[in-house]
Design a protein around this ligand. Structure first.
Ligand code: ADP
Ligand code: MG
Length: 695
């Protein structure tokens, strides 16, 4: 699908804009501005009042002020390093314009003695004398109209000034065409939104602070455009996946019954419901693309295995993938007894499989002798072939991205995809990350869980904590001890795992304490984990590598050092590592006093609730979406204008509207569909454009 001609002016080189040279064009890249259209989406983050005042005397200083003055005498610097000064007088007051490193000639032309000028800039008092250093604007009185009374302030980067941005934007606005409307007309009417062109113009010409707020209609519209484009992409991905000829996979229940008969507990209602939803998807001729969302300990593993068994019962294969070697191994271990009960062969494939052993596994996969495989991204590799792959389960989705999800779909010819995530995601974010999927939620925890006692302890009480640990170890209990960073950093005074390991070993004894962190070679990491899981070591000092999925039921104590610098989601995940067995568990959150207000609030949230969804909502409201879960890893899109936290309602509207548009017009051929294509181009939705191109 080639770019519509209507867009050409906004997609030309940046240098074609008035006032933008090759150097500036390069510098703009740091702001994500590569084409004229990107400038249009670079919105002011604030504004400055430039309305003309009669005199400085009417204003409380320091302040940014705009006044008309009569230019008085020039006073070049008396010596090097001193400023150049120009006396000026407004209606009531004389003050000084100050310039460092300025050329006298230039200033003579800019501010000729005896003439009138409008000057605007920050005024401060020095020894009772008002000074304006380097005015932001110097204009002739007849140019006054060119200075907006409320001047937008843009984000900048090296080599880019406000004036340059303003000029570039003005030039880009000049060549902005009217586009046909892509938003549903009734929605436009209901929201009182302006057209796209009017919205862009208004967003760059704020009349006051209200026009910069996210509630301004122009901004709302542009935010909606962004959300809508994103949802169109997700909906297109979803539609493409579903359109791909799926396989009808129905189980006969034989294997599932064997597993259920061997379990000491029944499935929870939420597990039963989720298994049924998955089974229905797998039985349907469309391809499944489903998210299984559940808090730590909600029993996702069992649900996923039930789903894998459906694939096997139907005569096919299933694969479960984890983001790391460690997690893959652990899934393998927790699935092993279930597979044994079902009498189904289970194998593990990771990057560490080499040589003939790997070759044998590949053969058995290709011939179907391995019905269920657990692995890392190693299963993506070209030479890995399945005999009849029906289901791919992907664990911990936030480590993979939307792109990988597509890649995975391509692997098994028409394999159903089930994504598991343990990160409770607020609804608005779930729509942003997983809007292309259908969702099953495990919102009910298995019964009999003992609540985890969570306490906040200042790091000054370290000795008490260690003494307590000593007693616990003597009673045969096990503990995690989480440190924030691996190596002592010069800049950041975080406790180092290495140092803590040494200290704890000294007080608890040789052989009792283990250590895992990201810098260790994988084999050592696994060995350390294995020793802890087997109960050989009693205390495991770790960085956040143990955050997700690690399961050692005998571990009942979680100590987190410098808890105040962890994110809420992370703390929640960490705490979820204990409370997995029959014994009561404790989580000790150590902090360095004094706590900031937000640090205190966050730790209190964790102490007061174990509900992952509540924690996620609190996290979102405290930090904002951009920051949540570490955006780069989260697979969460970055929005330039939309604010996921405050505009979550718009996201839901965008999703339903996008799905509806694609339902009515799957290839975007109607007038509104064609308009939507323009939007996809404008907002760099390359993936959507590719999907449309392949048809
Ligand atoms: P998640 O992967 O969602 O964090 P797991 O699947 O690891 O949770 O389950 C946590 C623990 O709960 C496991 O020991 C599992 O055997 C147990 N479990 C799972 N389902 C149930 C259930 N319905 N009733 C009781 N215990 C369950
Ligand atoms: Mg799990």
């Amino acid at each position: 699908m080639s770019r519509p001609e209507l867009l050409f002016p906004l997609f030309s080189e940046l240098e074609t804009l008035a006032g933008v040279g090759p150097k500036a064009a390069k510098n703009f890249a740091a702001l994500g501005v590569l084409r004229p259209k990107d400038l249009l989406f670079l919105l002011p983050h604030s504004g400055v009042d430039r309305s003309i005042k009669a005199s400085l005397r009417d204003v409380a200083l320091p302040a940014t002020v705009t006044v008309e003055v009569e230019v008085g005498g020039h006073f070049p610097p008396a010596s090097r390093g001193r400023p150049y000064r120009v006396m000026v007088r407004d209606a009531k007051l004389e003050f000084i314009l100050v310039f460092f490193h300025a050329k006298g000639e230039y200033l003579q032309t800019l501010l000729p003695t005896g003439q009138r000028r409008i000057v605007s800039g920050k005024v401060e008092l020095f020894d009772g004398v008002a000074q304006m250093a380097h005015p932001d604007h110097v204009l002739r009185p007849e140019e006054a109209a060119s200075l907006p009374s409320f001047e937008p302030v843009y984000p900048l980067t090296a080599g880019i000034t406000q004036k340059l941005v303003a000029k570039g934007i003005a030039s880009a606005l000049d060549r902005t065409p009217d586009f046909p409307e892509w938003i549903d007309p009734p929605l436009m009417d209901r929201q009182l939104w302006p057209t796209w062109r009017a919205a862009v113009q208004a967003a760059h010409a704020p009349k006051g602070p209200l026009d910069i707020a996210h509630t301004a209609l122009a901004r709302q519209r542009l935010a909606y455009d962004e959300l809508f484009a994103h949802q169109l992409t997700l909906s297109l991905a979803r539609a493409t996946l579903r359109r791909g000829k799926g396989q009808v996979t129905t189980g006969n229940g034989v294997l599932q019954r064997r597993v259920l008969a061997g379990l000491p507990f029944p499935l929870t209602g939420a597990q039963t419901r989720s298994v049924a939803e998955i089974a229905a998807d797998m039985a349907a001729p469309q391809r499944m693309n489903r998210l299984l969302q559940g808090d730590v300990g909600s029993g996702k593993t069992l649900v996923a295995f039930m789903a894998l068994l459906i694939a096997v019962e139907a005569g096919g294969q299933g694969v479960m993938m984890a983001p790391t070697e460690l997690l893959a191994r652990q899934h393998f271990e927790s699935l092993a007894p279930l597979a044994w009960a079902a009498d189904v062969r289970l194998e593990l494939l990771t990057g560490r499989d080499k040589g003939s052993e790997r070759q044998m596994k590949l053969e058995d996969l290709a011939t179907g002798r391995i019905p269920v495989l657990v692995g890392t991204h190693a299963v993506f590799q070209k030479d890995v072939e399945f005999h009849d792959l029906r289901l791919a389960v992907v664990d911990e989705q936030h480590r993979f991205g939307v792109e990988q999800r597509m890649e995975l779909g391509a692997k098994g010819q028409a394999a159903d995809v089930l994504v598991m995530t343990a990160t409770p995601i607020p609804r608005s974010l779930a729509l942003a990350s997983f809007g292309d999927m259908d969702v099953s939620v495990l919102d009910e925890k298995p019964p009999g869980r003992k609540p985890i006692r969570t306490a906040l302890i200042a790091s000054s009480r370290m000795d008490e904590v260690v003494a307590r640990l000593q007693r616990a170890v003597a009673e045969g209990r096990q503990a995690y001890w989480v440190c924030p960073l691996v190596e002592e950093s010069e800049v950041l005074d975080y406790a180092s795992a290495e140092a803590r390991f040494a200290a704890l070993r000294a007080s608890l004894g040789e052989g009792v304490v283990g250590l895992v962190h990201g810098q260790l070679p994988p084999a050592e990491k696994d060995a350390a984990m294995a020793r802890f899981a087997a109960g050989v070591t009693k205390v495991l000092v770790a960085t956040t590598v143990i955050e997700v999925g690690v399961n050692v039921p005998n571990a009942t104590i979680m100590v987190v050092e410098r808890a105040e610098i962890f994110g809420l989601a992370q703390l929640h995940q960490l705490r979820g590592r204990v409370g997995r067995g029959d014994a009561a568990s404790t989580c000790l959150l150590m902090y360095q006093a004094p706590l900031s207000e937000s640090g205190q609030r966050r730790l209190q949230v964790i102490r007061d609730t174990e509900d992952g969804f509540r924690i996620a909502e609190e996290d979102l409201s405290m930090r904002g979406a951009g920051d949540l879960i570490g955006t780069a890893q989260s697979g969460l899109p970055r929005f330039r204008i939309a604010d996921l936290e405050r505009q979550s309602a718009l996201m839901a509207v965008a999703q339903s509207d996008a799905r509806k548009l694609l339902n009515d017009d799957p290839t975007l051929e109607t007038p509104r569909g064609k308009a939507a294509r323009l939007l996809l181009w404008l907002l760099d939705q390359d993936r959507a454009i590719r999907l449309l191109s392949v048809g």
